[in-house]
Design a protein around this ligand. Structure first.
Ligand code: MN
Length: 446
């Protein structure tokens, strides 16, 4: 088992070696940053972890340094990156939270405390226990969404280095990640992180299938890249003929999403047709709809597959036009169209909105993007029973969404399976209690 995994182990990004690497990466998006804090946090953490060795044989500091690097790749603020460097000091060394507070102040102490609390939770399979744990996790992160970002970066680096863990533990850690962390990454809209986590989980959770699929994908690679180039050219030239400019990227979907499709529809790899996905980035929203129109004139769209997430953004602020068409050679291809700004939000989620004040401090209203987290935190206080809460969280994290218009034209979002009664309660408690009947389901759409 271990042997063949080596063959496909070519996805791990280059590790960060030194604090200078980290500083360089921060300077890419924040040239004027005063990096005294980052160097101080690094030195503090290196000292605290000195003598500790990771399973890979590297000094322990390589882990917090890599976590900080992931956070820098998400272009986060300096407090968050410093927290990345310090995140294991309270849990794994003699350092106390008081030490952190004294050296780095209240905000970083608060962030480190939140991450430590989540790290100390044991996720068990027993439903009730798990419900209680997730509840605690949500409380820990609810006050500041940056806690979750650090925890996700921590988990991503642990997944990237999971090959050093004993084989028996790998599948469990992968499953836990798949159940708890990847939905969370999706929910706060950090797609790049979600996709990498999912494929890493797949690799360790179902190594047999991962191997088979990645080999098949590799085999068809040459053929695919020709096809991708053709489609790309056709989209660009069609747009050009109509005086429009579009940047197009084409790729094979990630392995986990292909695998899930195979499972859901009981298909073999050869039977999964829409493996290729294209993304067009345009200048304005209007141009996006225009390009979409020209694409639909060029290739027949598949009914029911067009989704307008520009007019109706997802709760995590994701916006895009989605369609599936019958492309050249009768192949089903998925196409997403969005503006540059929407693209940024799709890849980096809430982090894309953060504007930095002087010295790399983010503005006070940044956590406002995490509507979902805040609502959940407020709401958990009204739900006593942890099993009930767990069910609700599961629903919220995993189920598909339904969009409904209010009479005033606002859009409300519900988990799959919601009914008009839920809608009534969402508008107003009184309305829910007085609701007698629902007239038509016609406007309920997925
Ligand atoms: Mn860690």
């Amino acid at each position: 088992m271990a042997d063949f995994l080596q063959l496909v182990d070519d996805t791990t990004p280059k590790p960060m070696r030194t604090v200078d690497d980290l500083c360089q990466r921060i300077r890419l998006y924040f040239p004027q940053a005063d990096l005294t804090l980052i160097r101080k946090a690094y030195e503090f953490s290196e000292k605290a972890h000195s003598g500790q060795i990771r399973r890979s044989g590297e000094p322990y500091i390589s882990h917090p340094l890599s976590v900080a690097g992931i956070l820098a790749d998400l272009r986060l603020d300096l407090d968050t990156i410093a927290t990345g460097l310090l995140h294991d000091t309270v849990e794994d060394t003699q350092t106390t939270l008081e030490d952190i507070r004294r050296e780095f102040g209240e905000v970083i102490a608060h962030l480190v405390d939140g991450v430590t609390k989540i790290s100390q939770m044991k996720f068990r399979n027993r439903q009730e226990k798990q419900g209680e744990n997730i509840r605690k996790m949500i409380v820990a992160m609810g006050r500041d969404v940056r806690v979750v970002l650090v925890k996700l970066a921590d988990r991503l680096h642990n997944m990237r280095t999971l090959n050093h863990m004993p084989y028996e533990k790998q599948a469990n850690i992968a499953l836990e990640t798949l159940e708890i962390y990847t939905p969370l990454a999706g929910r706060i809209g950090i797609n790049s992180l979600k996709i990498e986590l999912e494929d890493l989980c797949f690799r360790y959770y179902r190594p047999d299938m991962y191997y088979v699929l990645s080999q098949k994908l590799k085999k068809s690679e040459a053929e695919q890249s020709r096809y991708i180039a053709d489609v790309k050219d056709l989209i660009i030239s069609t747009a050009q003929k109509n005086g429009l400019k579009v940047e197009v990227q084409g790729r094979s979907k990630h392995l986990w999403s292909i695998y899930r499709k195979m499972q859901a529809r009981n298909l073999d790899y050869e039977q999964v047709y829409d493996v290729l996905a294209f993304r067009g980035v345009v200048g304005t929203v209007g141009e996006g709809y225009e390009v979409l129109g020209h694409i639909h004139a060029l290739w027949k769209p598949i009914p029911g597959r067009f989704k307008d997430f520009i007019a109706m953004a997802k709760t995590n602020n994701y916006q895009s036009l989605h369609t599936t068409v019958i492309g050249p050679g009768g192949e089903r291809i998925e196409i997403q169209i969005r503006t540059q700004e929407m693209h940024l939000i799709a890849e980096r989620g809430i982090a894309a909105h953060w504007r930095y004040k002087e010295r790399g401090k983010i503005q006070d209203d940044t956590a406002q993007q995490a509507h979902w987290l805040r609502e959940l935190v407020q709401w958990h206080q009204t739900v006593r029973n942890s099993e009930e809460f767990m069910d609700a969280v599961r629903t919220d994290l995993f189920e598909a969404e339904i969009y409904v218009f209010t009479p005033g034209g606002d859009v409300r979002e519900f988990p799959d399976g919601a009914t008009p009664i839920d809608f009534a309660y969402a508008v107003h408690t009184d309305l829910g209690s007085k609701c007698v009947s629902a007239e038509s389901m016609a406007r309920w759409c997925r």
